[in-house]
Design a protein around this ligand. Structure first.
Ligand SMILES: [Zn+2]
Ligand SMILES: [Zn+2]
Length: 460
């Protein structure tokens, strides 16, 4: 055995990063980390402790998942080798030097102290020494798709695999998203990018793989869309703030979006509710308003209203959706998808179109919003019209018999009409100063959203 750690945690140590460092000698070709703690379950819920591993050069993996009970103790077992690693962790040569095993204390409930042990062993298979791809090699983005024409592309912007806490592997996840008929999908595992190398191998001319990570922090979740690199999600009291992390994501070229901002929080969904005071919405220009199926614990209607309030505060934000899939959906859930007007089917073009707000979210119907100003200026959703009287048009297809089309201006209903039929349209005029932004919603008889556009801005 290389080394052993043990300790005791109480509720005072909730939402902390507790590092344990050790020196790895040269000549080690694989590492086993055996982490156990008890109790895993208490009356008030679960104690959720996960691991992050850092080698002398940086991130080496994370296992954001519940620890199964083995011999009466919650247990995470991690193997990292030259050619293979436990999902969530990154294989490759093991550099000598200081390694850190970090316990992330997502939840420590007050019922009883938590005792833990970490046993670390190393093996030396000399044949493997120095072999393999370095774990920190830059991963290239997938090849450009054969679809080089502008048009509407359908996709998903949030999902997980066994590289964090989902039940399906990368191949099964890809098969599900392809079967939905999507043009693109995004793998955004919790706090790791270890699945993206395999994910990107599945890109093809008719199916684009987008890389991402879901920063699963103690006080809210957010997406870094378009990244292939780990993003350090550790907010430190008195140090790194969420606004600093958002700036780092933006500087890297990835798109930062707040995920499920109004989801239920602790202890039901630990850290799922977005509460960062410096990011309401701060510099964020993306927010996921449709997470999972419409009536999920993400409180999607509240997320739409939060987005509308931010728009009314003058924050020009783009709304997105994501299934947040963790495995096959068991019921006939009406899942939303993003419909993006992009120049071509590549990751850069899709993300650029999302930044511009050139997308709507739908569970089936097609929905478009266009506008013409008195001066002849034209715009689509996401664009601005000059501050002048404008004619706006909403068109829809494939609505159900009792769907309603609701025009929203500055967060309030402007007009509402039945949207029955295979196809239809509505024109209305906006006077100067009537509203600064306008969206169109399609809602069913239960008032569930079936589609929603990004805003058209007027004089903004
Ligand atoms: Zn989340
Ligand atoms: Zn998620």
């Amino acid at each position: 055995m290389l080394t052993h750690f043990s300790g005791v945690l109480t509720a005072a140590q909730i939402k902390q990063h507790i590092g344990h460092t050790f020196d790895l000698p040269t000549g080690i070709s694989s590492l086993s980390i055996h982490f156990t703690y008890s109790p895993g379950h208490v009356a008030g819920g679960i104690n959720m402790l996960t691991l992050t591993v850092l080698d002398p050069n940086g991130f080496r993996g994370a296992g954001h998942r519940h620890a199964p009970d083995i011999n009466g103790r919650a247990t995470h077992h991690v193997d990292i080798g030259v050619a293979t690693a436990t999902p969530g962790y990154i294989p490759g040569p093991l550099p000598a030097g200081t390694w850190t095993i970090q316990i992330d204390t997502h939840s420590v409930l007050s019922d009883a102290p938590v005792t833990y042990t970490i046993d670390i062993t190393g093996n030396n298979d000399s044949a493997m020494n120095g072999a393999g791809v370095p774990a920190h090699a830059l991963m290239p983005k997938p090849i450009a798709s054969a679809k080089q024409r502008s048009g509407w592309y359908r996709g998903d912007l949030h999902a997980h695999t066994t590289h964090s806490d989902a039940t399906w592997d990368v191949a099964a996840f890809a098969a599900f998203m392809r079967a939905r008929g999507l043009d693109f999908a995004t793998l955004s595992d919790h706090n790791t990018v270890s699945g993206l190398a395999e994910w990107d191998q599945l890109t093809s001319p008719d199916f684009l793989t987008i890389g991402a990570v879901e920063l699963t922090t103690f006080y809210g979740h957010c997406l870094a869309l378009g990244t292939r690199q780990w993003v350090d999600w550790r907010v430190q009291p008195g140090g790194r703030r969420m606004s600093d992390i958002a700036a780092e994501v933006a500087a890297s070229g990835a798109l930062f979006a707040i995920a499920h901002p109004t989801a239920v929080g602790d202890p039901i969904c630990t850290g799922c509710n977005w509460v960062y005071p410096d990011m309401q919405p701060g510099s964020s220009r993306g927010v996921e308003i449709w997470n999972s199926f419409w009536e999920s614990e993400s409180n999607n209607d509240d997320a739409v209203q939060r987005w509308y309030a931010w728009l009314n505060q003058g924050c020009r934000m783009v709304a997105t959706s994501g299934t947040d899939a963790h495995g096959p959906f068991t019921e006939e859930a009406e899942l939303g998808f993003d419909v993006v007007y992009a120049e071509r089917l590549t990751e850069d073009a899709i993300l650029q179109a999302i930044r511009q707000g050139h997308l709507y979210i739908s569970a089936g119907p097609a929905l478009e919003l266009t506008g013409v100003g008195a001066s002849g200026a034209t715009a689509m959703m996401g664009d601005s019209l000059p501050r002048e009287t404008a004619q706006l048009t909403a068109t829809w297809e494939n609505c159900a018999g009792d769907d309603r089309l609701v025009v929203i201006g500055n967060g309030r209903t402007v007009v509402e009409v039945a949207a029955a039929g295979v196809k239809g349209s509505l024109k209305w005029s906006f006077d100067v100063g009537q509203a600064r932004w306008c969206t169109v919603e399609l809602r069913d008889c239960r008032n569930h959203l079936r589609a929603i556009t990004n805003p058209m801005f007027i004089g903004w």
